[in-house]
Design a protein around this ligand. Structure first.
Ligand SMILES: Cc1cc2nc3c(=O)[nH]c(=O)nc-3n(C[C@H](O)[C@H](O)[C@H](O)COP(=O)(O)O)c2cc1C
Length: 158
């Protein structure tokens, strides 16, 4: 199996998941930052990793996801400040799946990712703080070893 891993990451949370995928995927694999805009053709699996921004995949990842077609098989992975299993995360993931133009979804993994204190402070000062912020304190220290283990055991079953 030939896998392409493409990730977007500002503060390295999503990069940690991407690196773990790269280390643990069987077969041929390549890893790129989304800024390198790698050609997604010729792979059995394209794993796209994004961070949540305004309840959706960050803009660069959204753009990359929209390059997928129904000929692609895609694995989605993401980090977010919101609580795991929250409606916010469900909706953001659904949004991501809506961007991929009917590509096959081989699986999806998300976990919390530590939010920088400056971002938290700024979000909390807004007149209407975003709903995801209430769980963001628990994102500290994530992704942790157990997040990585869960991701690795998921991809081993692909
Ligand atoms: C500008 C900005 C907007 C964000 N918006 C959201 C959001 O809508 N929902 C959420 O759950 N987390 C949000 N976050 C938190 C990040 O998604 C989270 O910390 C993520 O792990 C960052 O990943 P990275 O380290 O790979 O950049 C936001 C962070 C920033 C900087």
């Amino acid at each position: 199996m030939k896998t392409l891993i493409v990730y977007s990451s500002q503060t390295s949370n999503t990069k940690k998941l991407a690196d773990a995928l790269y280390e643990n995927m069987a077969g041929d694999k390549e890893i790129f930052n989304v800024g390198d805009t790698p050609d997604p053709e010729g792979y059995d699996l394209v794993a796209v990793g994004f961070w949540f921004q305004a309840g959706k995949p960050d803009p660069k990842s959204s753009q990359y996801l929209s390059r997928m077609t129904e000929d692609h098989r895609v694995f989605l992975f993401a980090t977010h400040g919101a609580g795991a299993g929250s409606d916010h995360v469900r909706q953001g993931l659904a949004h991501a799946k809506g961007l991929i133009n009917g590509a096959q979804v081989a699986g999806a993994f998300t976990c919390q990712g530590e939010v920088s204190p400056q971002v938290l402070e700024k979000a909390r000062q807004k007149e209407t703080p975003p709903a995801w912020i209430k769980d963001a304190d628990q994102a500290a220290g994530h992704p942790d070893a157990s997040d990585i283990n869960a991701l690795v055991s998921m991809v081993r079953q692909l």
